[in-house]
Design a protein around this ligand. Structure first.
Ligand code: GAR
Length: 221
């Protein structure tokens, strides 16, 4: 008997691609519930794209600067996603805002990782702002993408301590290590339908308490 097909994932990146790498590596496990269909970058020279290509993955770099409008770029993106029969889009350091209509089309099927404990520190320079604010706990969030930037129903978060000796770079590295653990776990929950959107809220579907607990963790430095 053949195993049921796994949901097909497109990972969208803009640069280094370390979160993409964490998802690709998780997907190598035979029981991981997704198939990586392709990796797309809006910067053809994104280092992550070269890495993905070297792994034998389908990759596509298309430069948003070559499109006259956001709608035009997204139209092309939509064509590629349809042709590749993509079920779920995972943004992994994809630093490009999307239009409300593209987001609406993928609502509940597009997720993002952000390096803060949302809803605080949306946007850029999260670690600098966390240090400036003097928070003692920092972290990262995986959420469904909604029209508002770095908002949308929260699927899971991972927390890390902020040390007195931290610089933005040391804090970023600690948060990034937590991102690499959190993102594959949260993508698996979405891919298996254990977490869904219900309006602007999350609904858990047959998710055992263990899985819910896994969505919050304290990672020590
Ligand atoms: C990650 O820290 C990710 O959370 C962040 O960009 C970095 C990409 O690194 N994303 C955002 O800030 C989205 N608002 P990576 O390319 O090595 O995964």
């Amino acid at each position: 008997m053949t195993a049921p097909a796994k949901p097909r994932i497109a990972i969208l990146i803009s640069g280094r691609g370390s979160n993409m790498q964490a998802l690709v590596e998780a997907a190598r496990a035979p029981d991981y519930p997704v198939e990586i269909a392709l990796v797309i970058a809006n910067r053809p020279d994104a280092p992550g794209l070269a890495w993905a290509k070297a792994q034998g993955l389908s990759v596509l770099g298309f430069d948003h600067k070559h499109y006259e409008s956001r709608e035009h770029f997204e139209g092309q993106l939509q064509n590629v996603l349809e042709l590749s029969r993509v079920d779920i889009v995972a943004l992994a350091g994809f630093m490009r805002l999307m239009t409300a209509s593209f987001v609406a089309r993928w609502y509940g099927r597009m997720i993002n990782i952000h390096p803060s404990l949302l809803p605080v520190f949306k946007g850029l320079k999260t670690h600098e702002r966390a240090l400036e604010a003097g928070v003692r706990i920092a972290g990262c969030t995986v959420h469904f993408v909604s029209a508002e930037m770095d908002a949308g129903p929260i699927i899971g978060q991972a927390a890390v301590p902020v040390l007195a000796s931290d610089t933005a770079a040391t804090l970023a590295a600690r948060v990034l290590a937590a991102e690499h653990v959190l993102y594959p776990q949260m993508l698996a929950l979405v891919a298996t339908g254990k977490v869904r959107v219900d309006g602007d809220k999350i609904q858990w579907q047959d998710a055992g308490i263990t899985e819910i607990n896994q969505s919050t963790m304290l990672v020590s430095p």
